[in-house]
Design a protein around this ligand. Sequence first.
Ligand SMILES: C[S@@+](CC[C@H](N)C(=O)[O-])C[C@H]1O[C@@H](n2cnc3c(N)ncnc32)[C@H](O)[C@@H]1O
Length: 293
Amino acid sequence: MAERKALVKAAQAACTLGFVGYVLYKVFTRPSSARPGINAPFQDSNAVATFESKFENTDREIFAKREGILGALPLSEGHVVADLGAGTGAFLPGLAARVGPKGRVIALDNAAAFLPVLREKVSKMVTPTSAPIEVGVSSHTSTGLPDASVDLIFSADVYHHLEHYAEMLASIKKSLKPGGAFIVVDFEKIPAEAKRCSGHGHSHGAVSHGHGHGHGHGHGHNPGHGHAHGQPQPHHNHHHGKQGGVSTEWVMGHVRANKQQVKKEIEEAGFTVTERTEVAGLKDYYLLVCRPN
Ligand SMILES: C[S@@+](CC[C@H](N)C(=O)[O-])C[C@H]1O[C@@H](n2cnc3c(N)ncnc32)[C@H](O)[C@@H]1O
């Protein structure tokens, strides 16, 4: 009898161990949803100073076209808007102007080291006709916002930096007020082969421009990207449109997923995704409006 009990206990212990082992295996072997190390350059108190000239530079397509991008968003006066992955704050003045003094802007980033510098910077951005801007910290898996608290979560050049996109998408969904939207502005990832297959010619390598200056966004950890990667970077997209462009080698290596994959991931997280194509001059990037189902 005692022997049987001992056997049952041993079997139970083995099952528990097996289960714990399985959970640990799943957690530690879970594929990252961003290129490993992609966020390392931001974990530095000097990151705002380092990236300011790269992010807030008219050679960067989404900075040059920021008014058009912001104009395409479902934003009104009085709205509460979060800028997820605000970085150096390139989009904050424009967001604050659009929602006006009755609105609120929350700049979120998970690179806590530079947030005091960002806080100092945003204190100088507010004008009598713009919204107050707060700075908050998010994590890899959560916006850190209260449930149903914001009308819009804007993200520019951030989706491919999300290390746990599924968890973050669930958190984004919870943070949005009913009727709210999540905005993704991210890089087109179009390989040269796709271009050749489409039969439109001009498969001469990277034609997109703007991030050369270091797309720089340079993230610092990849000194070879941008102009330095040995490819001439023509300053024109010969096709003047996303369909015509192919992505730079740097983008191909830096960005995890292409637009179709990103759309699929967001749809699987329970959003309806609509692409907005009317922003004049957007070639290297796309803009998605994602509404919870
Ligand atoms: C390429 S920068 C873009 C900055 C800014 N949105 C812009 O376009 O100028 C990416 C930013 O996303 C931030 N980031 C990465 N993962 C994040 C997360 N889970 N939550 C918030 N920010 C995140 C990084 O710290 C970095 O500031």
